[in-house]
Write a protein of this length. Sequence first.
Length: 313
Amino acid sequence: MRVLITGAAGFVGSHLSDRYLAEGHQVVGMDNLITGNMDNIAHLFGNPNFKFIKHDVSNYIYVEGDLDAVLHFASPASPNDYLEHPIPTMKVGSLGTLNTLGLAKAKNARYLLASTSEVYGDPEVNPQPETYWGNVNPIGPRGVYDEAKRFSEALVLAYQRYHGVKARIVRIFNTYGPRMRLHDGRVVPNFIYQALTGQPLTVYMDGQQTRSFQYVSDLVDGVYKLLLSDELLPTNIGNPYEMTILEFAEAVVELTNSGSEIIFVQPEDDRIKDDPKVRRPDITKARAVLGWEPQVNLADGLAKTVDYFRDKV
Ligand code: NAD
Ligand code: UDP
């Protein structure tokens, strides 16, 4: 296959590029570097099967030659990033989705949208099955991201139903691993950085909010299977091992043998407004339809991630 990956210089996009190349496919990576980093794909330059185009996908996209698949992963993804870039986030999740779908239609290519567990908002149902419609505040600070992804999902279904585009939707739950930005503000890099530098780990509020963390290779595997599947509706891909943020902080301190203390802080800004209180994927469907389930446990995944960050701090 010849595959276009938008957001290829980002955390997930760079791992996806590696996987498609390793499977013998050709990859065209596209990114405008708003939150990405060329270091993530530097090792791919010189590979004849890889090509990079610097472009903002919220503008009209031109790609020469055939494409067999379009994977739309471009979007700021960390709460800090989308609070800092609210309008580019809404554009890439609307115009960017429209442009990438139009491209897939024109090239007769398969399509896959990177959606998110944020479509469930602050969920009143835990774990979250795909059938849950969510509890999103459209006008809160997170609304720019959540509503753009919800609009994207509606657009994908419209292209699927009215134009027959073979489009798939993955709802990604918190994913971590090497190549996350040290200072992107997400809890995994924050805590690892703090633990490795002996600073206190900043648990927001009382730390009783929960998340379920998935290692990036599991996500890539789920995406790979979903693109080739016949599943028409959104599919959760995440690790159902749920823990409180306080428990997560304790795990990071232990794993890094850090002397850091854990402190509770109440950020004054928008970062924690509408912060979901619980999050855990129901992966019954991914198990049944894709034969997929996570393979990497938290200790192993964190160890690999900590190794990566040790070189960066
Ligand atoms: P990231 O910020 O590392 O990567 C996003 C990439 O998209 C960056 O390289 C950025 O420069 C690029 N980009 C953004 N806007 C663009 C535009 N208009 N044109 C071209 N490139 C653009 O984030 P990530 O964690 O790798 O997330 C990738 C995708 O997965 C996003 O769509 C995100 O919403 C989704 N997702 C990620 C997670 C997670 O836990 N990592 C969870 C849910 C959903
Ligand atoms: N969080 C925290 N301390 C930090 C960063 C984040 O306690 O230094 C919390 C945050 O309030 C949220 C959880 O960790 O409840 C996960 O936050 P993240 O930004 O990683 O992503 P989210 O899952 O909210 O999209």
